[in-house]
Design a protein around this ligand. Structure first.
Ligand code: CTP
Length: 444
């Protein structure tokens, strides 16, 4: 049996892909199609794919030419696949002419004629660009604008800050055309809003934006009350709009790989998750101002809650908080969350510093993610027999905001939800609400 292999992203599956697969199949008896993972595409700078890997696999499957579909995860995999599957012919479109000649040491290499006049890039270009407006022009917004430029043709077209001097300075610096003097003026200029204002303003701005028919990406922590989170999520759903908390770690490719890997059982049953995020902060900062929703739990808890919920779920039995307070806010809190068969704990601090790593302990081994684990680019699985230890490396490009922007834009185009489930969003607010209400809070 003659085996043929080909690879591609197959985004927005089109006629050129069908022709290529038909021609590849005609070269032999068995066609293997390698579809790139989202992570691999991002690693090689393809940040603007519209369909995720599952959707792209489904499209390849549906066209009927593939006898076997595999995923392509890393550079250099092609040689291994050719040997592993006993491939006779490697086929690819003529736009790659000469590029894969190095595979001739392993099998026959055939460049097939490319279909003229169509490509995924062209189809992506034809999709309307998302016009983004920003509310709040502080440091995170300043990092957002350059990162947005990495994701397709979407543009930041407007910015709003109640302080006219601040918003003018910001718009001039980033050449943003509309310096909006009110939220309404901002909504008129854009399709989607990124809320990067202080925590205590999130609820009002998100509500106004949704009521104006705009998609919303809201900085984290999203809102500090579960009822407010539920109301906003309901409003978005009723209006057919995307509402996504801007959780960078939730969109980080390496973090997602870590979660799916651990859930597949290599360290056995997960018994404990521990993670910390501490960021020593100037005492005069708003982040430590009780009147402005400051404090370590408000500021940082949504980061460790992410791995806790992703790995142990949202149905905890109890939570205890041990907090060190100063001037009405917690400068440090350790939380212990009890589950039926596991325990989670985390430390957050603005006035206390500790190691910012994450350890997930299981019955067969543990995962170790060094600081800063929330910008995951490297982790290890460790076992009693150290020979079994495994290290995983990933790129974490730029500020990492591009991953969440990519997720947000693809949710808008595909009508899908982001990486956080509704329940996870609600429960994050719930934990913060319990703490603020003083429930099971023990001062230390
Ligand atoms: N292909 C083709 N004819 C086209 C487009 C793609 O034969 N008009 C082939 C490519 O040469 C490759 C395979 O289809 O062998 C998968 O290509 P992929 O990169 O996924 O598709 P493109 O449309 O080229 O995507 P992009 O525009 O993002 O590069």
């Amino acid at each position: 049996m003659k085996k043929v292999i080909t690879y591609g992203t197959f985004d927005l599956f089109h006629e050129g892909h069908v022709n290529l697969l038909r021609r590849a199949k005609a070269l032999g008896d068995w066609l293997i199609v390698g579809v790139t993972t989202d992570n691999f595409d991002m690693q090689r700078g393809k940040m603007n794919t519209c369909d995720n890997v599952m959707e792209r696999i489904e499209a390849v499957k549906a066209c009927g030419y593939a006898d076997q579909i595999i995923i392509e995860e890393y550079r250099g995999q092609k040689i291994e696949d050719i040997q592993k599957y006993g491939v006779d012919i490697f086929a690819i479109g003529s736009d790659w002419e000469g590029y894969f000649d190095y595979l001739k040491d392993y099998c026959e290499v055939v460049y097939l004629p490319r279909t003229e006049g169509i490509s995924s890039s062209q189809l992506r270009e034809e999709r309307p660009a998302v016009r983004l407006g920003i509310i709040g022009t502080g440091s995170i917004a300043s990092r957002f604008v350059p990162e947005a430029a990495f994701v397709g043709s979407n543009k930041v077209v407007a910015a709003y800050n109640p302080d006219p001097a601040e918003r003018t300075r910001f718009c001039e610096k980033f050449r943003i055309p509309v310096s909006a003097d009110s939220p309404e003026a901002l909504f008129t200029a854009c399709d989607a809003v990124y809320i990067a204002s202080p925590i205590y303003t999130h609820y009002e701005y998100a509500k106004q934006a949704l009521e104006a028919g705009k998609h919303v990406l809201c900085e984290i922590p999203f809102v500090l009350k579960e009822s407010e989170a539920a109301e906003l999520l309901d409003l978005a759903e009723r209006s057919g709009l995307v509402l996504m908390p801007a959780h960078k770690t939730a969109s980080c490719p390496a973090f997602n790989h870590l979660v799916s890997l651990l859930r597949s059982g290599p360290i056995g049953e997960i018994v404990e998750v521990n993670a910390s995020v501490t960021t020593l902060t100037d005492e005069r900062s708003e982040k430590l101002d009780a009147a402005r929703a400051g404090g370590s739990m408000n500021e940082n808890a949504v980061f460790p809650l992410l791995p806790v919920f992703k790995l142990l779920g949202t149905q905890w039995e109890s939570i205890d908080f041990f907090a060190k307070m100063r001037a009405g806010v917690d400068i440090f809190t350790k939380a212990v969350i009890r589950y039926p068969h596991a325990v989670a704990s985390f430390q957050v601090g603005l006035g206390v510093k500790t190691e910012g790593n994450m350890v997930v302990s299981g019955t067969k081994g543990y995962a170790y993610v060094p600081a800063p684990w929330w910008k995951t680019n490297y982790f290890e699985l460790r076992f009693e027999d150290q020979n079994l230890n495994k290290k995983y490396f990933y790129p974490y490009d730029g500020e990492g905001l591009r991953y969440e922007i990519k997720d947000f834009v693809s949710c808008i185009h595909n009508g899908s939800h982001g990486k956080l489930t509704r329940q996870e969003i609600l429960r994050m607010s719930r934990v913060q609400e319990l703490f603020l209400a003083g429930k099971n809070v023990y001062e230390i």
